[in-house]
Design a protein around this ligand. Structure first.
Ligand SMILES: Nc1ncnc2c1ncn2[C@@H]1O[C@H](COP(=O)(O)OP(=O)(O)O)[C@@H](O)[C@H]1O
Ligand SMILES: [Mg+2]
Length: 282
């Protein structure tokens, strides 16, 4: 097993035939900075939830999973054997609701990643006319934060053909996933997808899928546009990090106290259990 790269939360290895082992650690990142305090069990929850989603959406889009069980014993539950792809350098975000950076951008000038929205919307609103594609650049952690990209910028980066495919696949995956989530009593407000190209030239979905690290989840029965929403994702962590005195969102991040770790863990378990309708087992 050869170590290739460590991202903010996952470690990548290659194995026989160049297959990839994607190993989710218990690290958490916020505002693109990995924090020094782990959340025990988090990597396993995210891996299992991602696998559940790959399965749920297998008919909608092909994915990079080869096996969830053919992995070294020490990483059981937190690793996925997958196809090593040429990852498209665009973070493909679909938004069905106004929140986070999307809300900030709309409030500033009525647009998100160059997409114009009607005036008068409030935070937490469902986006009229259906979900929108609001890509960002995919940058190395040391290069700072992801920046919004217009569709024209995506086109000039990857070509018109691929840009069109990224947009239509992103919106299609989101639409299916949001409908599934809603059946389980949660709103999938937005989600980020990464795509990769196979050696045969096929575009498939990579990375993680609809986890609370890559998505916003809101309990359906608590949804009330007009402010920030109660959430089952990393919003709690963002709110906490935002309030840490003197932290300017650069590395190193602040240590998390035990009660914050527990609160975050509880949210990861809750969203896993609510979606899969299975109890989480450590
Ligand atoms: N099938 C794949 N082939 C190659 N790279 C992949 C694949 N799936 C995911 N990746 C990459 O693995 C990394 C996952 O680790 P992560 O900690 O999320 O990194 P980051 O800090 O870049 O978000 C990402 O850079 C992602 O693009
Ligand atoms: Mg990532």
């Amino acid at each position: 097993m050869k170590h290739l790269h460590s991202g903010k939360v996952r470690d990548l290895y290659t194995d026989r035939d160049g297959e990839l082992l994607l190993v989710a650690s218990d690290r958490v990142s916020v505002y693109d900075v990995a924090l020094p305090t782990p959340v025990p069990g988090k990597g396993k929850i995210l891996t299992q939830l991602s696998l559940w989603w790959f399965d749920q959406l297998a008919e909608v889009v092909p994915n990079h999973v080869i096996s969830a069980t053919d992995v070294p014993a020490e990483w059981a539950g937190r690793a996925i054997r997958c196809r090593r792809l040429d990852v498209v350098q665009v973070e493909c975000i679909a938004r069905g609701y106004l929140a986070g950076g999307g809300w900030k951008s709309y409030r500033a000038d009525g647009h998100i990643s160059g997409v114009e929205l009607p005036p008068g919307l409030v935070e937490g609103d469902r986006i009229p006319g259906g979900p929108i594609f609001t890509p960002t650049s995919k940058v190395a952690p040391e290069d700072g934060h992801d920046e919004p990209m217009t569709f024209a910028e995506v086109t000039s980066l990857v070509g018109a053909d691929l840009a069109d495919k990224l947009r239509s696949m992103t919106l299609e995956i989101y639409t299916h996933a949001a409908a599934i989530a809603e059946k389980h009593g949660v709103i999938l407000a937005d989600s980020k997808f990464e795509f990769g190209v196979t050696p045969e030239g096929e575009l498939i979905v990579a990375d993680e899928l609809c986890t609370p690290d890559s998505s916003r989840y809101w309990p359906l029965d608590g949804w009330k546009p007009g402010g920030s929403q109660p959430s089952l994702d990393k919003q709690y962590l963002r709110d906490w990090a935002e309030a840490v005195p003197g932290w300017d969102k650069t590395s190193p991040g602040p240590e998390m106290p035990a009660d914050v770790v527990a609160a975050i863990k509880r949210r990861y378990v809750t969203i896993y259990e609510q979606l899969t309708e299975q109890p989480w087992q450590e």
